[in-house]
Design a protein around this ligand. Structure first.
Ligand code: HEC
Ligand code: HEC
Length: 215
């Protein structure tokens, strides 16, 4: 009984601090404020250009964290730092609420690589990526993605682990390479750097293809 009460109190303490720190954004206000994002990220957060990440259905806490990071320069990108400079904390919450409430669209199959020395087909790469996603690689200490990003790539809202399902493969490849090289370094405990640095370029491509097809 005492234990249960403690658990309830703990849960209450958590929810009340998080609601003080994170006032829920307004989806309606967010839609208006997000207008300047639509040219690159699409009106529903489903960008047409594969190097611009989709934002639809993403966790609000992750979106807010990344926007703040572009603002304070801990995540660097010339296009993004230009648009976030004038956003207030309220703007960021509202915009995050808007994109989070949109539905992510499915991707078409990646195209076969024209590269002649590439002997693996898209299907083979997706199968290899699926195995890495579920099981990781124990010997080389690549953690299984499923542990944090979930069986469907849906992420983990309470922990702010991002949703990655149906993200564009080109963006996934780019951002995993950025984690690997350290260009993208604002991830908690350098978690994604530690994982990506052990991955080969082929594994990055394979797992990105697999994630891009997850729904
Ligand atoms: C000129 C094109 C452009 C515009 C306009 C733009 N973005 Fe971006 N955005 C990008 C690119 C490119 C990236 C990937 C940058 C990187 O690799 O760090 C990105 C990344 C992001 C990310 C990180 C996504 C992730 O999965 O980590 C968020 C969040 C984001 N943009 C939100 C916005 C919001 C909100 C606006 C409007 C206020 C906006 N963007 C306007 C091009 C743009
Ligand atoms: C221990 C937990 C953990 C594991 C295991 C993990 N990730 Fe992550 N991942 C994270 C966190 C936390 C972030 C957010 C980093 C940040 O805030 O920049 C992230 C971010 C990402 C992103 C960037 C998403 C975006 O929208 O920009 C990709 C892609 C990704 N992970 C892929 C993978 C892949 C592929 C694997 C397996 C090989 C993997 N992750 C394993 C915790 C994990």
């Amino acid at each position: 009984m005492k234990k249960r009460l403690q658990a309830v109190l703990f849960a209450l303490a958590l929810t009340s601090t998080s609601s003080i720190l994170h006032a829920e954004g307004s989806i309606d206000a967010g839609k208006e404020k997000a207008a300047l994002c639509f040219s690159c990220h699409g009106e529903t957060g489903n960008s047409a250009v594969a190097t611009f990440p989709k934002l639809a259905q993403q966790n609000t806490s992750y979106l807010e964290k990344q926007l703040q990071a572009y603002k304070d320069g801990t995540r660097k990108n010339a296009m993004m730092s230009a648009v976030v400079t004038h956003l207030s904390a309220d703007d960021i919450s509202d915009i995050a609420a808007y994109f989070s409430a949109q539905e992510i669209t499915a991707n078409p199959m990646p195209l076969e690589d024209e590269d002649e020395d590439n002997k693996k087909t898209v299907k083979e790469l997706i199968a290899e990526g699926s195995d890495l996603y579920r099981n990781g690689d124990l010997e080389r200490e690549v953690s299984a993605c499923i542990a944090c990003h979930g069986p469907f790539g849906e992420g983990n809202k309470p922990a702010s682990f991002p949703s990655i399902k149906s993200q564009h493969a080109d963006y996934l490849i780019q951002t995993l390479k950025d984690f690997k090289s350290g260009v993208r370094s604002n991830n908690p405990e350098n978690m994604m750097h530690m994982i990506a640095k052990k991955m080969t370029d082929e594994e990055i491509k394979a797992v990105s293809y697999h994630i891009s097809m997850k729904k």
